[in-house]
Each structure stands twice: as C-alpha cells, then as structure tokens.
Design a binder for this molecule. Structure first.
Ligand code: NSP
Length: 216
C-alpha cells in the first residue's frame, strides 16, 4: 500500500468530520451565510501569504532541483491563482481586507511556518499536504453535489478543477517518494504532521462558521 493511502486511512475520520461540518454542508447547498464566507475569505487571504511562504521554505530546503521548481511553482500559485479567486469574492461581496489572524488561522500558519523551517523537509512536505489534498477532496465532493446556482461556484470549480488536481497528484507522488527514504521516526513525524494539518483544516472552517474571535 502506498504511504499516502495509509495516510488517507488515518485521516479519514477527520475528513468525514469536515464533510459533516455545517460550513461544508451549507457551502454545498449554496446557503452559507455571506458573513460566514466573508470571515473565511478574509482569513484565507492572510493564510495564503504564509502558506506561500511555507512552500518557499520547502523550495529552499529541497534536495532536488526538480522539487525546488515544483515548490516555487506552488508558492507562486498560492498567491497568484488563489488570490485571483479571492479577489472575485472581495469585489462581489464588497469585503474589506482583514489584518488580524483569528485563532485557527494563527495556529495553522504558525504551525506550517515552524514545521517547514524547523523539521526535516519530508515532515514539512507532509504538513502542507492536507492543504492541497483535503481541498481537492472537499472541492470534488461539493462539485458532485452542489446546486447549479451556487454563489460559491467559482470556489468549488477551482478546487475540483483539473489544474488543482494535477498539483495534488504531484504532491502525493512527492510525499510517497520522500517516505520511501525516510526512517521510521521520520515517517511517524510525517503521519503526525498530516494529522495535525487536517485537524487545523477543520478548525479553519469551524472558526469561520462560529465567527470565532479572540476571547480577550
Ligand atoms: C485554510 C486553507 N487550506 C488550504 C487551502 C488550499 N490551498 C486554502 N486556500 N485555505
């Protein structure tokens, strides 16, 4: 069994919890409140900058030039492609940019930055993997069920689309390659990183759904 197949088995309860979350259910039905989406997209704009920074760190730390190229491309796309999707919504709903990260966004971005800079490159790659993988799976799941008049159609099409699928396949292949040369402790670290980032994906949607702010 591929290492990434094992990973998917391990995180499938977390993935199921994401699919059962009100945010995803309402996004699918097209009934997600605009304020909820607003919060999400404001936080996601902040997230993407650090996500791109984490990918740039992986590029700098890659052992292979081809991997460097991949991470440079992913880092650029995180800002160019996903930001253009965001701009569509910022304009459509008149959303003001936010400058303060709320708890889940803060935890997730700091976790990604710390892991991609301080852990081994293989563990760093595992930490960013759910950012790609879970979005493709959730995007595809929603795409297959979403109503056609869904106001969030652009978001759904981006993550269920062929370009994003190609990137996710490259990430999965790379993760499997790195796992082949990793020792048991490093593989355990990779599994833990995938679990943690998957939890943080759930938290990111949950914060938007509950409009979480810093309590003090
Ligand atoms: C929180 C989060 N995770 C993942 C993605 C997809 N790169 C995103 N835009 N936002």
């Amino acid at each position: 069994m591929r290492f990434t197949e094992q990973l998917w088995q391990e995180i499938s309860p977390l993935y199921d919890a994401i699919l059962q979350h009100g945010f995803v259910k309402k996004l699918t039905a097209g009934s997600l409140a605009i304020e909820t989406f607003q919060y999400y997209i404001q936080q996601d704009a902040l997230y993407l900058v650090d996500f791109s920074r984490a990918l740039s760190q992986l590029a700098a730390r890659s052992a292979q030039p081809d991997e460097m190229l991949l991470f440079c491309e992913f880092a650029q796309n995180a800002i160019r492609v996903e930001r253009s999707l965001h701009e569509t919504y910022f304009t459509r709903y008149n959303i003001e940019p936010q400058t303060e990260k709320m708890p889940a966004c803060f935890a997730y971005t700091n976790y990604l930055l710390a892991t991609t800079s301080l852990q081994s490159p293989a563990v760093g790659v595992a930490a960013v993997l759910p950012c790609f993988w879970i979005y493709r799976e959730v995007g595809t799941y929603i795409y297959q069920r979403a109503v056609s008049e869904n106001p969030y159609r652009d978001w759904i099409n981006t993550y269920a689309g062929p370009d994003f699928d190609r990137v996710v396949t490259q990430m999965l292949d790379l993760t499997d390659r790195l796992a082949e040369t990793a020792g048991p402790a490093e593989r355990a670290g990779m599994r833990e990183a995938v679990r943690l980032s998957s939890r943080l994906e759930w938290s990111f949607w949950n914060d938007a759904y509950t409009q979480t702010r810093w309590p003090v």
